[in-house]
Design a protein around this ligand. Sequence first.
Ligand code: KG4
Ligand code: ZN
Length: 334
Amino acid sequence: MLVLGIETSCDETGIALFDTSSGLLAHELHSQIAMHAEYGGVVPELASRDHIRRIIPLIRTALHQADKTFNDLNAIAYTEGPGLAGALLVGASVAEGLAASLNIPRIGIHHLEGHLLAPLLEPTPPKFPFIALLVSGGHTQLMRVNEIGNYRKLGETLDDAAGEAFDKTAKILNLGYPGGPALSKLAETGDPNRFKLPRPLIRSKDLNFSFSGLKTAVLTLSNTVRLDETLIRDIAASFQAAIVDVLTFKALLALKQENLTRLVVAGGVGANKQLRQQMNTLVNQYGGTVHYPKIEFCTDNGAMIAFAGAMRLAEASQKPGFCIRARWPLEELH
Ligand code: KG4
Ligand code: ZN
């Protein structure tokens, strides 16, 4: 079964082809970062228009790369949400048009399901059940993943997402947009112990997070000192150390609470080197293993959507052709 994946939830047009017997055949990405950078953030209308410009050429390139044609496709998976409405509509309407013209199914995928299944694209995928730490620009959640489609939320951020905290802090330090990668690069040569920043909710005993206070602590600090290059590096390193301490502590707590040993870290912040190092050390000491997508599949991409679509398709094909429901509340009708 050959599945075309389409991701257009925010500022990346991601297209991929996943084959259920031979794996990922092609993936293409166009990032709009340069276009939005001059505005300091994503401009939704510009994002939608750029997806419209890019999507069909990217699909053609992916098909060409995989030596396939439209007629070889068996299904089309697209990001149904969450995301920017206009941007989502571009992917959804292209998926609908193609699926109708080729007479094949169209599968709407939850963007976060795409992220959390992305490590399963790797050569040694984690076995179910596992804990997933989802750390992106819009979400920070700990989930228990029992199997495809069976997810239980264990905790989440009460305010800013981890990526959002990286980006807002980077903005305070004048590091441009999106600042997460730039901040973490600077942090590599900074002193993480120079400033003692708070580790919010680290003693809360639950699995929730809160990062807006950390960003405010950086704002207050940067207002009281004259920022020079060394200071910016040290603030970046101290901020990163605080956020990584909290993320690793809570991920380990989730493993302990659920009595599991396998952890998946997914989403854009999963590309962070310091997070990966500290998480590996802590989880390995505990006797567990950490699974990541490859760096390029941490941030938004079409491969994770094509893969999630293929998994959904495989699952649906194993279900009986019909079912009955003895109990069926009207609210569950969709
Ligand atoms: O998953 P993603 O591409 O988009 C969402 O679904 O939100 O994540 C993007 C986020 C941004 O906030 C970006 O700054 C952050 O991931 N990010 C990083 C790194 N690379 C991307 N944050 C910290 N360190 C990185 N190396
Ligand atoms: Zn994402």
